[in-house]
Write a protein that binds this ligand. Structure first.
Ligand SMILES: [Zn+2]
Length: 134
């Protein structure tokens, strides 16, 4: 596959920006679920086999160097799950944006060093090495 040109990469970045704008609510963190035992010695959570209480949903996250964990109500779980997924998607899209930006910068450096080359990358391998005039 030929390398993408700077123009292709610029279009890719435009697409990434539109995808970022379209993201819904964001929430950093990791959701987990847990089952608990209580303090009542005759409760079903002490039976054999135990029927522990739950599930309880928890969200843990670290943001601006502060770590927090809080419970999430079962009815809020689907929405928060979507927000967490949006946040992960944002990070993935930003990563792709940066990949494309670094590649554009590389192509521009290359074009400065070999100004006669077009940066479409199609025939780079086949091109003759640059000759120094004398
Ligand atoms: Zn119990």
């Amino acid at each position: 596959m030929p390398e993408p040109s700077a123009a292709v990469l610029e279009r890719r970045i435009d697409t990434l920006k539109r995808q970022i704008v379209a993201l819904g609510r964001l929430r950093p963190g990791t959701l987990s679920q847990q089952y608990n035992v209580c303090g009542n010695p005759t409760c079903r959570c002490k039976a054999d086999p135990p029927q522990r209480h739950g599930p309880y949903y928890q969200l843990s996250y670290t943001w601006r160097r502060k770590s927090r964990t809080h419970f999430v109500r079962a009815e809020d779980f689907p929405q928060i799950q979507r927000e967490v997924a949006n946040y992960e998607r944002l990070r993935a899209l930003v990563g792709q944006w940066i990949d494309a930006a670094l590649e554009i910068a590389r192509l521009e450096r290359q074009a400065r060093h070999y100004p006669q080359e077009k940066s479409d990358g199609k025939s780079r391998r086949a091109r003759k090495p640059k000759r120094r005039g004398r």
